[in-house]
Design a protein around this ligand. Structure first.
Ligand code: P1T
Length: 389
């Protein structure tokens, strides 16, 4: 199939066929891993588009083709991690830029901005779910970039991307959306007006907890070229083997995301009705404050949720140490269910006062609901809640 035929396919087909053409030399249906550092030239400067694997690699090119297709983008850059994708964006904007960003971002993103780039750019954390606040802060700070995570990690706050980008465009501010929690299967921020989409491919895109990777998708050719040159100069390119693993994992993105959200909705309903649970935050619950926005800009609700246990830090620790089928671990988006304590684990680099202001309290627990049998997952939660009562 050619590129325009693939463009006409639904996402469940594109995950398999975009970048998935058979190998032209042998007809192999699964593309080879181009495990090579360099490429032979017929005379100096005459080559087939590949010179050195830090710059380009055919396996990575295939993955970039697939990701661009899934995010409805013209260009994609695959990086060695989600954080290195964020680093490239920070180098791509002019030094001294102001970046307005969602107050509730992944702890590693917060750490990158506040401990590595804090002397190069100005970071202003705001509640991007409040549209009036966004416009007020844009007028006040004249930022170069608006950085949105939606849903946020860990509190699953949802920003209305269309509304926010209408404002940012008015003031000529670029908007980046970290789309990690939804994956390109459930949300396409570029079609809602965003300029750049960032993913930690470590999560749903790869889906099997065996690769660290990141990606940026965008339409602006000039910005793409700038980001690619930075990648080439700074070096956070993904290895061919890791790109190949992601190409393998992404083929099941559609069915995995459907399974994640089906399980997650049942788990969320179970927890919401449980007497030992204070509150559940899941975009697919009507009780979620931005449920309507979630419904309008996402085609599904994903597999991530947080809940507040009734009790203190001791109770949280007891619960997390006793639970069995959910593994106590950082990260998310794999087929297996994970559970973690954001304040102690993924968001520990955020100062305690800031965490508490945001609501990342000692009784907050985050779930990445996997695709196991949902009755087993609910039984595991139920049994553990009973055991700590
Ligand atoms: O881990 P890495 O591939 O570098 O991706 C960083 C990243 C970026 N954006 C979001 C929304 C993320 O959740 C992450 C990584 N998050 C975890 C490791 C976690 O457990 O939340």
């Amino acid at each position: 199939m050619n590129k325009s035929q693939i463009k006409g396919l639904k996402k469940a087909s594109r995950v398999i066929h975009a970048g998935g053409h058979p190998d032209s030399e042998t007809g192999a249906i699964i593309p080879p891993i181009y495990q090579t550092t360099t490429y032979v030239q017929s005379s100096p400067g005459v080559h087939k588009g590949y010179e050195y694997t830090r710059s380009h690699n055919p396996t990575r090119t295939r993955l970039e083709e697939c990701l661009a297709s899934l995010e409805e983008a013209k260009h994609a850059v695959v990086t060695a991690s989600g954080i290195s994708a964020a680093m490239l964006v920070m180098h791509a904007i002019p030094a001294g830029s102001t970046v307005l960003l969602s107050d509730d971002v992944y702890g590693g993103t917060y750490r990158l901005f506040t401990t590595v780039f804090q002397d190069i750019h100005n970071f202003v954390f705001i509640n991007t779910t409040d549209i009036k606040e966004v416009e007020k802060k844009i007028k006040e700070h004249k930022p170069h970039l608006l950085w949105i995570e939606t849903p946020t990690n860990p509190l699953l706050k949802i920003t209305d991307v269309k509304k926010v980008t209408t404002i940012s465009k008015k003031y000529k501010v670029k908007t980046l959306v970290d789309n990690t929690f939804m994956s390109p299967y459930f949300q396409n921020p570029l079609t809602l007006g965003a300029d750049i989409v960032l993913h930690s491919m470590t999560k749903y895109i790869n889906g099997h907890s065996d690769v660290v990777g990141g990606a940026l998708m965008l339409n602006d050719k000039k910005l793409y070229e700038k980001i690619w040159k930075l990648q080439n100069s700074l070096g956070p390119s993904q290895s061919p083997f890791d790109s190949w693993l992601v190409l393998r994992g992404i083929k099941t993105l559609a069915i995995r995301m459907e399974a994640h959200q089906k399980n997650a909705l049942q788990v969320a309903k179970f927890l919401e009705s449980h007497p030992m649970v204070e509150k559940v935050i899941y975009p697919g619950l009507k009780s979620h404050p931005q449920y309507k926005i979630a419904k309008s800009q996402m085609s599904g609700f994903g597999g991530m949720m947080t809940f507040f246990l009734k009790g203190d830090i001791k109770k949280s620790k007891k619960f997390l140490s006793k639970i069995k089928l959910f593994s106590l671990a950082e990260s998310l988006g794999g087929v297996e269910s994970l559970i973690e304590h954001p304040a102690i684990m993924t968001h520990a680099s955020i100062p305690k006062e800031t965490r508490e202001e945001l609501g990342i309290t000692d009784n907050l627990i985050r779930l990445s609901v996997g695709i196991e049998n949902v009755d087993d997952l609910i039984n595991d939660l139920d049994t553990t809640l009973k055991a700590i009562r």
